[in-house]
Ligand binder design. Structure first.
Ligand code: ZN
Length: 79
């Protein structure tokens, strides 16, 4: 799965989707991300798709509303 965009664009991370993101999925791969997290953004249509993609791989994933994610980012000093 190619993910060309970063979270800063606030566009859905699903491949070839151009929709505005409304949700953020904060996830990690326990095998390679020790204490670090990756973020995918999602439009309403792709939230369950992206969540299932990660859940299928047994990656821990947390789904947040975009405004919650941005508020959290603003208070975070990591990344
Ligand atoms: Zn989408």
């Amino acid at each position: 799965m190619a993910l060309a965009r970063g979270p800063r664009d606030l566009i859905c991370s699903a491949r070839e989707c151009e929709e505005k993101a409304t949700h953020a999925l904060v996830w990690s791969n326990p095998a390679i991300h020790t204490g670090r997290h990756k973020t995918w953004l999602s439009c309403p249509e792709h939230v369950s798709f992206l969540h299932d993609y990660l859940a299928y791989r047994k990656f821990p994933v947390e789904t947040l509303a975009l405004h919650e994610f941005l508020a959290r980012e603003a208070h975070s000093t990591t990344e």
